[in-house]
Design a protein around this ligand. Sequence first.
Ligand SMILES: Nc1ncnc2c1ncn2[C@@H]1O[C@H](COP(=O)(O)OP(=O)(O)OP(=O)(O)O)[C@@H](O)[C@H]1O
Length: 323
Amino acid sequence: MDTLADLEARAARGGPAFGADAHILCDNLVRIYKTEGSAAVEVVALQGLDLLIGRGELVAIVGASGSGKSTLLNILSGLDVPTAGLARVAGIDLLSMTPRDRLRYRRSVVGFVWQETARNLLPYLTARENVMLPMRLAGGTSRRARSSRTDELLELTGMADRADRRPGEMSGGEQQRVAVAVALANAPEVVLTDEPTGELDSDSAETVFGVLRHANRELGVTTVVVTHDPMVSRQVDRTIGIRDGRTSSETLRRTSSDGRVVAEEYAVLDRAGRLQLPREFIDALSMEHRVRLELERDHIGVWPSATGSDAEDADDAEEETNE
Ligand SMILES: Nc1ncnc2c1ncn2[C@@H]1O[C@H](COP(=O)(O)OP(=O)(O)OP(=O)(O)O)[C@@H](O)[C@H]1O
């Protein structure tokens, strides 16, 4: 029988842990909301979600309403705590943070841009004062350093000539560009954005997303964009689809040798071997309850479970094999 030392030695030989070098890692993440009241109901918003995002990546997260995107983003931004599982961002375990760690995390490790422009900026401060504020709250920088970083960020987001305007004197797109500068103020490792282009017309949306992409490339900041906007999801290298609280699909884009952008969609296979078949595939073949799998040399076939005469044929085949 194996001793504890044998088991430990075998575990040590098992190679790097899941997502060891990921910048954002979610492993079997679960979030259950319990509603108050006489008929208490539990809503499972995330049900074992796995996610790996590398340092410096720009990814879009898409999914139907209610699939769990905002729940995921609230957890990654340190606003909410998961019920179970593992969530780690820039090496920080989000389940074991003290209130003090959480404050530091939200000030300096992650930056956010929300959909509602009013949530990103203080209305009575100018663009320049809004960008300076997070640096003043975090402390540890001189007035001169804060001022020169503010200039750089307003330049990077194309808002240098609006520096002295208050939010009410700017368009929605301009406010979101300033919001990107605010999110970047304390040089975060990760920027999280929830529908940053949701309230904008298509030209402004393109400009704001262009600023996020530029910041991602120039500063190497890992960027996650939750979006319903096809313009955004078409322009990132990786789009992650969430369905029913789990990552279900990924679309990878690459530029082919002749300069065309090629998009390939994959189903996500989780660590337990589970995958979600696309709803339209299931409906097209009226699959339900169970499917038949067959391992081929280079792929796995999935068939609807046999019914009626098919089932009888299958029973005959089984009987023959048993004889
Ligand atoms: N505070 C809460 N209390 C109870 N249930 C909640 C709460 N927040 C979210 N939910 C439920 O959790 C599930 C996931 O919600 P979530 O807001 O994460 O979805 P979403 O994908 O962001 O949707 P949308 O695209 O509409 O913003 C939904 O069923 C929602 O009703």
